[in-house]
Design a protein around this ligand. Sequence first.
Ligand SMILES: [Zn+2]
Length: 234
Amino acid sequence: MTLLATKKMEQNYKCKFCGTKFHKETTLSTHMCVKKRRHMDIDSTGSRLGFRTFQRFFEKTTRSKSLKTEDDFINSTYYIDFVKFGNHLALLKPVHTEKYVDFVIVNGVKLKDWTKDFVYDTYIEDLVRREPAVSATERSISTIVEWCDISSTSFSEFFSNVSANEAAYLIKTGKISPWVLYLASTADALMSRFTEDHSNMIGNIIDPGAWMKKFKKQDDDVTYIREVLEQAGL
Ligand SMILES: [Zn+2]
């Protein structure tokens, strides 16, 4: 009887993540398993963003009203994929992270492609074409302010001092919008330095034909943005 009672006591320490039982509490506390590790990792940036995307994915694709929990996430077959995407988001710092997350979900992009460049490029092309002039201009101005701070350049010198490569990258990643590129009077200093390689890289975003048509339709916006840029010294 005594032996049996002792045995029962020995089984009292159970890992709540994997169910393994241990003789001693100290063994349990030093025990590590995949799910316990995931649980301990829940506040890391990649995991946090992955979890938020996981919740959003089920919000958008199922009728269920209850939000997915941390346990659902940790136990999911797709845990690794979502954390990978979370890490990708942390590095990429997309323009409007929430919108980007919705973009991959709503467009039915395959999970394995969520971290691929072509997906973000498509998102940016779509966003830049459709977003309101004011928010596009605000974001571009903050980008330029940041760039000028780092490289101790005066604001009005941005377009003459930024290298064509760097500017093409800022345009491709949506940080500088054609609203500013075409309407800032100082931007010619940059435009004339773009080569064919740059055109291949950003042609879809800055497509002159499409933008001139857009400007004609939104002439009130054009007048307003021109004023804003002139006052900013661009
Ligand atoms: Zn365990």
